[in-house]
Design a protein around this ligand. Structure first.
Ligand code: BGC
Length: 782
């Protein structure tokens, strides 16, 4: 066949699909809603028409290839089930997508194969986990959720999309929106924490950041809502273990962020790995067909998590791979990620008439439609000459620095912070800890495994900030290692690594050097926590203690009598009970990204006033997990005189509540005004005044919580239903306004098996965290 250029290919499809018009398209993922233009400015009817015409020309093998994502890395051994190398499949039949190729040259090479060498010239979608940045790495998602600033999150993901698209990636596997209430689960770091309302706001912001409001724009990528659904409820916090989530919790807690992403236009979903109520999510008809397709009317496509179709056999759900393909496909799963199971077995299923060709067509259609809307047929290739300019844009670093500043949470401050950077009080600082001078660990799992650009370590950030005014010493302390290695360390393309092994004597000596340095200095900044491989996929832990001798080193440094600032770099709350009483200042930096070192220094030295607030309740011990603020009332709460629920050896309350975060200034909340009554289909208006009562400018995060006092089901003691981050000069006051309508007041009632807004009495609170005291009441009537 004659080699087609990009233009030639485009022309081919122009002829194939008929003339194109400039009428508006619509938001992806949904029915009905019209928004302006796709990249190719087609109406939905034209997209459908074009996809249908293409589909009519396809053989069964070509269709099944569209339902398959080929591994872009050396194929795992079991891919031998497909009996051909991925590239041979690509040449012969094409492919729906290719996973994990991020070299633009290679992307173009493979795309040329798909577009020029296959019979129907259907371009490939290139997918990668650009979860919080590609080259410029933003704070990990749990950190960005701590900003309570969806606009900032959207800005960050806009940059991430632009960079990813500049190298040829058109599809990211994010946002990850799994609600996580158990800090033992290593993937808490990838999501927005424990709360469905905050989680939904972050889901929307990320979808808009990745995809934009104008789907198909050339500097945006497709979003993918993952891991659908219930993955964060893994039993015991053990990654990949089964989840048992009753239907009321699915609807009220675990599903809302997915629905929010869908409503924001998310083009794709990813099915989760684990068993949900005994049916693996990747073969779960209730999730994929009943909820997603029939109830939510999702019109995009669902990809499995990596190898999850094949895993249906391992779960003991499918008899063999043939059965796995059948069960996943008929449950409503469109695309098989990298397991090759669809490739080999779906054709057999059709030949044996267990699956009808029409079913195959229905599953292929949304994949073709997505590629058409994305403009891939017109612009399949990436312009390699533009990449360097996009990746190295200095303004992206500014977005990253601001994102990290806004994500940092000040947990404790006994008059120590901010530090003076001019050397008036402090002449020497000891920067200590295994995370103080590391780059990769500031980036978190998905940040370090893409193509990160330069990263500023915390030591560098501090040095840069104080210049020659303060002497800065550094001691690493003992190395951080897991008791059991991560499986990711064996994968060549993965960059996360443990720190080198040490003998007990070497570790002890490293700690002693750190203590000695602290003794010689005026103040110590201790940067402790978890290297990236400790808080990621396959990184669950039973204890939340500061591991590898970090706790002991911290206690020894505090014992020197020098003031200590503890900076935490981690992906989940850790056990800092001792520190919370003995260390005067504690700063939660999470994994702060490329500009993390600068942002931490900005906060330590007062150039940025911290305003992050916790998106998770902070446990005192892993024994209290799962832990979340919006639990139901018990007849015997901890405050009861005799029969109390909970533990006799430890307070069951969190160390720091959900929504908590300090500032270098203080805020007051008052003048709470609430519509006292409304009909169930009406709206309650709430307003309150927030005043900066301190002497520095800073941001408050006003949070609104409600409680329904009675109804067809017991309702949580509090539920977040509104928030706003407001910047206030010293002494300034601002009124925040919230509306409580159907979306905020309804819940899925397990007694009635449907969504209800009930005519009942409600409490409402507004304040700076989930313990807010400013209270009022309202009632709803029929
Ligand atoms: C993870 C997903 C990820 C996929 C592709 C899986 O191991 O669970 O979150 O998107 O790999 O990289």
């Amino acid at each position: 066949m004659k080699r087609l250029t990009a233009v030639g290919t485009c022309m081919y499809f122009l002829i194939l699909a008929g003339a194109l018009s400039c009428a508006p398209g619509r938001m992806w993922g949904q029915t009905g809603k019209a928004t302006a233009g796709t990249a190719v400015s087609l109406t939905e009817a034209q997209v459908l028409d074009r996809a249908t015409k293409l589909l009519r020309q396809m053989t069964l093998e070509e269709k099944v290839a569209q339902l398959s994502q080929l591994p872009g890395f050396p194929a795992p051994e079991f891919m031998e089930t497909v009996q051909r190398k991925p590239e041979e499949i690509l040449k012969q039949f094409g492919a729906g997508s290719i996973l994990w190729v991020s070299d633009p040259k290679e992307i173009n090479r493979l795309q040329h194969v798909a577009v020029e060498q296959t019979r129907l010239h259907i371009p490939v979608l290139f997918g990668l986990d650009v979860i919080h940045g590609y080259h410029t790495i933003f704070p990990a998602p749990i950190a960005m959720a701590s900003s309570w600033d969806p606009k900032m999150v959207e800005d960050a993901q806009t940059v991430a999309a632009r960079e990813a698209r500049a190298v040829g990636i058109q599809w990211t596997f994010g946002p990850m929106v799994d609600i996580a209430r158990d800090a033992r689960w290593g993937r808490m770091v990838e999501g927005a924490g424990e709360d469905p309302f905050l989680g939904s706001a972050m889901a929307r912001a990320q979808v808009w950041g990745f995809q934009g409001r104008q789907p198909g724009a050339p500097d945006r990528v497709l979003a993918c809502m993952k891991h659908y659904a219930g993955y964060g409820a893994a039993e015991g916090g053990r990654d990949y273990d089964s989840s048992y989530v009753p239907e009321e919790l699915m609807w009220n807690v675990y599903l809302p962020p997915f629905k929010a992403g869908l409503d924001a236009g998310a083009a794709t979903f990813m099915s989760a790995y684990m068993d949900l109520n005994d049916v693996p999510a990747s073969g779960n008809r209730w999730l994929l067909t009943h909820v997603l397709h029939d109830t939510w009317k999702f019109k995009g496509f669902v990809v499995s998590d990596a190898f999850a179709v094949r895993s249906l056999v391992i779960h003991g759900y499918a008899r063999d791979l043939d059965d796995a393909a059948y069960k996943a496909f008929t449950a409503g799963l469109h695309m098989d990620m990298a397991s090759g199971t669809y490739l080999k077995y779906l054709p057999l299923e059709v030949q044996q008439k267990r699956i009808a060709m029409q079913q195959v067509d229905e599953m292929v259609l949304p994949i073709l439609e997505t590629k058409i809307r994305m403009g891939l047929f017109e612009n399949p290739y990436v312009d390699e000459s533009k990449m360097a300019g996009v990746l190295n844009a200095p303004e992206s670093q500014q977005v990253a620095r601001r994102a990290a500043q806004r994500s940092i949470v000040l947990l404790r401050n006994e008059n120590l912070l901010p530090l003076d950077k001019n050397g008036k009080n402090v002449h020497s600082i000891a920067v200590i800890g295994p995370l103080a001078d590391t780059q990769i660990d500031l980036l978190s799992m998905w940040g370090s495994n893409v193509e990160p650009g330069p990263t500023v370590t915390i030591l560098q950030g501090i040095k840069e900030k104080v210049g020659s005014a303060i002497k800065v010493g550094y001691a690493h302390g003992p190395n951080l290692r897991r008791t059991f290695a991560s499986p990711f360390e064996n994968i060549e393309i993965i960059k996360m690594k443990e720190q080198p092994e040490q003998t007990p004597e070497q570790a002890k000596q490293a700690a002693e050097e750190a203590v000695a340095l602290a003794r010689q200095s005026d103040l110590a900044v201790m940067v402790l926590g978890e290297i990236d491989i400790m808080s990621a996929e396959a990184a669950s832990r039973a204890s939340l203690r500061l591991s590898n001798g970090q706790e002991e080193m911290l206690e020894a440094v505090v014992a020197t009598g020098k003031p200590v600032v503890l900076v935490l770099v981690n992906g989940r709350p850790l056990d800092i009970n001792w520190a919370s009483e003995h260390v005067p200042a504690i700063v939660e930096a999470w994994y702060p990204g490329s500009q993390g070192g600068n942002a931490v220094a900005d906060v330590l030295f007062g150039d940025a006033n911290p305003a992050g607030h916790l998106p998770v309740s902070w446990p005192r011990s892993s024994g209290t997990l799962p832990l979340y603020y919006s639990h139901n009332l018990t007849q015997a709460p901890e405050t009861a005189p005799d029969f109390k629920s909970r533990y006799w050896d430890i307070a069951s309350t969190p160390l720091y509540p959900f929504g908590y975060g300090l500032s270098y200034t203080t805020f007051g909340f008052d003048n709470l005004k609430v519509t006292t009554t409304a009909r169930v289909d009406g709206t309650i208006e709430v307003s309150a005044d927030v005043t900066n009562t301190g002497s520095l400018a800073g941001d408050a995060v006003a949070q609104l919580y409600i409680h329904q006092r009675a109804g067809t089901a017991s309702r949580p003691v509090r539920q977040l239903k509104g928030f706003e981050r407001v910047a206030l000069e010293p002494g300034a006051k601002q009124t925040v306004h919230f509306k409580l309508g159907k979306d905020e007041l309804e819940f899925w009632s397990p007694s009635l098996k449907t969504w209800v807004v009930e005519p009942e009495q409600f409490d409402v609170w507004v304040g700076g965290d989930s313990k807010a005291a400013l209270h009022a009441e309202f009632s709803l009537t029929e």
